[in-house]
Design a protein around this ligand. Sequence first.
Ligand code: ADP
Ligand code: MG
Length: 695
Amino acid sequence: MARVSDTYGSMVFNEHTMQERLPSATYKSLLKTMKQGEPLEIEVANVVAHAMKEWAIEKGATHFTHWFQPLSGITSEKHDSFLDPVSDGRAIMSFSGKELISGESDASSFPSGGLRATFEARGYTAWDPTSYAFVKDEVLCIPTAFCSYTGEALDKKTPLLRSMSAIEEQANRVLALFGWEPQRVVPTVGAEQEYFLISEKDYAKRQDLVMCGRTLFGYAPCKGQELEEHYFGAIRPTVNEFMKELDDELWALGVPARTKHNEVAPAQHELAPIFTNANRGVDENLLTMEKMRLLASHYGLVCLLHEKPFEGINGSGKHNNWSLSASKNLFDPGESPMDNLRFLVFLTAVIQAVDDYQELLRMSVASAGNDHRLGADEAPPAIVSIFLGDELDAIVDALVDDHEYESAEKVAMDLGVDVLPNFLKDNTDRNRTSPFAFTGNKFEFRMPGSNVNLSDANMILNTAVAKSFKDFADAMEGKEGDEFETATIAYIRKTLKAHRRIIFNGNGYAEEWEREAERRGLANHRTTADALPCFVDPKSIALFEGLGVLSEAEVRSRYEVKLEKYNKLLNIEARTMKRMVRRAYLPAINDYAAEVARGITAVRAAAADAEVGQQEALLHKLLAGVKEIDAQLQALDAAHHAALGLPDQQQRANKYAHEIVPIMEKLRAAVDEMEVVTDRDHWPVPTYNDMLFYV
Ligand code: ADP
Ligand code: MG
């Protein structure tokens, strides 16, 4: 068997392969493009393209594609073959520098939020040389940005790349004040991915899963997750085989999948990779999701990436671990007093960013699916707050209230002069309920749902923190030595005081926190419809424009696309619900009621004095259930039609979120009540009991 270290990255045109395959002058100029963002000359691109093609063909590729992320969030690819017929009837395999660098995409069907008029439907894709090309399923995939001809970003990657430049530039300004040389500063991302696996046979029998990715109906199983027998439990053989193939495929693609385990809910699992730069981290997560979906079918399984496929048991999240990497991790408390001060500046910047742009962060993870997860038992609420841990919290308190800092170990510390206790790391991450936790030398943003493309969240995080850095660097410009140190400590104090409300170390799942958060003036947007409008606030637009990450038109288009997507998903859910009720549940319950009625008649015919009270009660219960289901169905139908009649997308979203979703919940409850009294053989779909415990 091949050693993993031999196959790791074997399908990736990485630096090692480039060095091996490219003339050294070409390799050097490509590196310059990759590392310093210098433009790629067409002559160089031609040489790179040729080498890449030869390499890809050896790996079995017949086609190439520009692999990109339109605003729908999922990756898109259109395969072109390398085939180039020549005049004598044969064909050669060709791939030019031009084809590598840019492609045209007749992409009129991708959502653009009005950015691209239909008469100018074409967009173009441009190679992102900072993310490696790779061969996947016989296709050479070239990670690309996707733009309109007028230069607007039509994708998720471009703004992320811009935000990475913005934070790099501003971080360097801060570091320069501390005497650091200019250097690469890169946001890093490690995305922990949760998912469910269920049997393909069950899946196929449930229209709600097939159409919506989640169960719109289903009574809670007899046992849920209370025995905690699944969490970190032995992985069953089929699942294990699946995970093995997944690891192998991901490793070959250079995705450093590292840990895998069973999660809390039955049938739920998790995969965590080793972190990398934000851009690649997002790409790798998208590849991971794609592979999960595709490979599951090899084992008769379906991988559900929905944020809440099953009601009453845990949903799936995607923890976004985020940090800043320069010559060292910038969120590592330092060894020297001056480096401690720098650490506090960086920490303060994040606290300020998360407070100032809490609504944008919430917005970045808003989706129809995640609405069912945020605020449910196991996920952070829709309120953004930061958890720092006892030790850092005490430091912040000391700074804000201007008293002597005493660590848990009772070591007095003169701020800014002494060294931060190096046991910080062990004192953090005791709180799993926080949406944004400092975990030693990185932050863990826990609000993203399992299905989300992490570009938006990281784009916003990078931009917001870049803005804090900019504020600090602007304020400190020209200051040096003692003056700088004193001004910095004062700046930290003032900023922490202003943003202390965002720090919360208590139980984020508790009801008291909602009330407390309201007192503190923190935003609590429970639904996507409520969360999206902040995107187009003047404050947000100023942020994005100010740092060159998104133009106003680009912001507005993204807001439109998100709204439309929400409305479309809710429309599909409402339709699926109605269809299932009319064509599956009502006929089944009516059938069973008729059978019970026939039984009563038959028993009475056989013995006129027979006791049939129980049977009659059941019959009445079934008929009452049918009546209630029908009433909710009518209500849903009316509200749904009214929603579709609203031309304004925001109004429509509000209607879905505040009126239709509650009716859908009632309709679901009415059907679920019948599930537990209807004969098993009559029930038209597999139940939670059937689906969750066999895989
Ligand atoms: P836990 O398992 O307790 O959540 P880990 O330390 O195992 O914490 O890390 C979880 C995830 O965080 C992994 O994907 C890991 O690669 C990622 N991670 C670790 N350090 C960083 C960092 N500096 N930047 C971004 N992600 C990181
Ligand atoms: Mg984690």
